[in-house]
Design a protein around this ligand. Structure first.
Ligand SMILES: [Zn+2]
Length: 260
């Protein structure tokens, strides 16, 4: 199967770099492509509170949904309380992993209700810093109708712990030979060069880019999705090993890939 690309935009909340988010939105609109947007329900993260507040943010988020973008629940406050890596071991800090189930249920329920209160219909889970554990999944299962995770390492979607996982492996658009690849972008941090590279990628590969509604439609019947297995474990091991090698080889101060 030829490569297919999905795009995910992280850290949507009222505090953001308006010009950069607008530029990214324009690119996806120009290419008639519907990304996943990960929305923080009650942002308390100082990394975002430094931006001016956008009083119209929730109306704008609703307008994204109305034009076909898919909304993801991106934690609750985007504040890290534990040093637990969870199931996707990129970062040793988490808003959820390692916390008791009852606490996770309360946070997930509140986050989901806040997004619904703002008129959004979250269909996907995106953990801040990729860090979540089995209790997070139990909490999502108990408190929301969400059954799809955007995270994990493989080159194809898989089912695991009662959820459909659409893996997320890239933080910059690049051409690959085969598989389903989710490219996670952080619009607040994108430079002019990042934007022009994204535009070039979309121009050259629009036919291979799929909208999230299409991806979700193919993941809706959990019984038909390939279960997580040996191939995925090997993919994950190889990916994490290569990442470690690249990190050691990377010049000091350059951009780390899996962000929060
Ligand atoms: Zn985030």
């Amino acid at each position: 199967m030829a490569a297919q690309y999905l795009f995910r935009l992280d850290d949507a909340c009222p505090w953001h770099d308006r010009a950069r988010w607008h530029a990214v939105e324009q690119l996806f609109t120009d290419h008639d492509l519907h990304p996943l947007v990960a929305v923080i329900p009650d942002c308390k993260d100082p990394a975002f509170l430094k931006y001016p507040v956008d009083a119209d943010f929730w109306a704008r988020a609703k307008s994204w949904q109305e034009k076909g973008w898919t909304v993801a629940l991106h934690g609750l406050e985007h504040i890290f309380h534990t040093h637990n890596r969870g199931l996707v071991p990129f970062n040793a800090y988490s808003e959820f992993a390692g916390m008791p189930l009852s606490e996770q249920e309360a946070k997930i329920e509140l986050g989901y209700k806040l997004l619904v209160h703002h008129g959004l219909r979250p269909q996907v889970w995106v953990a801040p810093a990729h860090s979540f554990d089995r209790n997070t999944l139990l909490a999502i299962n108990a408190k929301t109708p969400i059954r799809i995770i955007s995270d994990g390492l493989s080159n194809q979607p898989f089912s695991r712990f009662g959820f459909s996982w659409i893996p997320q492996q890239l933080w910059r658009a690049r051409e690959l030979s085969r598989g389903v690849w989710t490219i996670c972008l952080h619009p607040n941090e994108m430079t002019e060069l990042d934007l022009s590279q994204l535009q070039a990628f979309l121009q050259d590969n629009r036919g291979a880019c799929i909208s999230w509604q299409d991806a979700l439609a193919s993941q809706s019947q959990l019984g038909k999705i390939r279960p997580y297995g040996l191939f995925d474990r090997l993919f994950s091991l190889l990916f994490l090993t290569l990442r470690r090698i690249k990190r050691y080889a990377r010049p000091a101060g350059s951009h780390a890939s899996p962000q929060t």
